[in-house]
Design a protein around this ligand. Sequence first.
Ligand code: FAD
Length: 288
Amino acid sequence: SLNQSLAELNGDINVSFEFFPPATEEMETLLWNSIQRLQPLQPKFVSVTYGANSGVRDRTHGVIERIQKETNLVAAPHLTLVDASDEELLQLAKNYWNSGIRNIVALRGDLPEGSAKPTRFAADLVRLLRSVADFDISVAAYPEVHPDAANAQADLVNLKRKIDAGASRAITQFFFDIEAYLRFRDRCVAAGIDVEIVPGILPVTNFKQLKRFAGMTNVNLPGWLHQQFDGLDEDPSTRSLVGASVAIDMVKVLSREGVKDFHFYTLNRAELTYAICHILGVRPKAAQ
Ligand code: FAD
């Protein structure tokens, strides 16, 4: 049965949590409360996004430094190459390595509107990082195809390039179409991509915002999902219960399909992620 297979997987599950640098004092409090709440779950790493083109790089470094100083978590900064020269990136990588950072999430970053066709891609950043030191590198993958890709096959070949350049796992864009993820994972295997394709799980608390974001990123929001959140725009507490239910159903199916690594887009909130981890059998160390 489903419950049995989840129980059998207990202890085998690896989780990682993604945060973003807070913009206000209030958001800062939320972030650190969430980090404290999630810390006992002993994630493999926690990552902090990097705001390309928006002047928030220093804030990423600040959050990473504080995680290193005040917790025993493995901190993984995201790094994008769109608005930095190779020299700058080399220096950043050296600084990170010297300050004890071993894990990096390497991305191209989104291009500013109206910019020319890019000539550098995430694979170049992976290569650059590996030329500096033996980083553990995660890269992005897109089960429903990246919006700039010529086609699905070209996008898959690009992922292969990133792995061949030295990345050790792929983390997917969030998705709700589980079949799309499973088909993508099969295609990765068929293409000789032999690293974990870690599903990026987005526990939904704000469906309105999600609709905007999904459109920009080519992520399909299936009819059943619309239906679940229908009529709840003014009802955040019910929305949050529904969001938990949706995500819990998803991780149950995924773990039944053999997924053992999960990445959570926490949006700096702990509650839903904590509950989903609990269901997966990921418990605070002291309570085991
Ligand atoms: P790439 O792998 O370089 O791919 C970009 C596009 O170019 C794809 O369509 C690919 O098929 C195509 N391509 C690659 N190589 C070539 C080539 N040689 N010729 C032609 N086309 C090519 N953004 C941020 O700004 N900050 C973050 O912290 C951040 N974190 C993220 C975390 C995750 C897990 C994910 C999934 C995304 C994240 N992003 C972040 C968004 C990401 O930066 C964008 O999706 C960006 O548009 C693509 O980044 P990439 O690393 O996937 O790029």
